[in-house]
Design a protein. Structure first.
Length: 79
């Protein structure tokens, strides 16, 4: 029988998902820019912009997941 997942396994899995999501969002703008024959500076700008957008997406989804799981680090606000 399979037991419950440990806290360290959950953290490791969440970290892998965050890294994979960040890599996908970071790689998307430069790959799209390659279709327009960009200069190296434009390609680097697309990479940097994708990285920043990826950080925002990962941060937002992390907050959203913590809100739904009820195990967030912050106490929930009462409405």
């Amino acid at each position: 029988m399979v037991g419950p997942i440990s806290e360290s396994e959950r953290d490791a899995g969440n970290r892998k998902i965050r890294i994979a999501l960040l890599a996908i969002v970071t790689a998307s703008p430069p790959l799209l820019a390659l279709q327009l024959d960009p200069s190296p500076l434009q390609l680097l700008a697309a990479l940097g912009g994708g990285f920043l957008v990826g950080l925002v997406v990962v941060w937002y989804l992390g907050r959203l997941a913590a809100e739904f799981s009820g195990s967030g680090r912050r106490p929930r606000r009462r409405r």
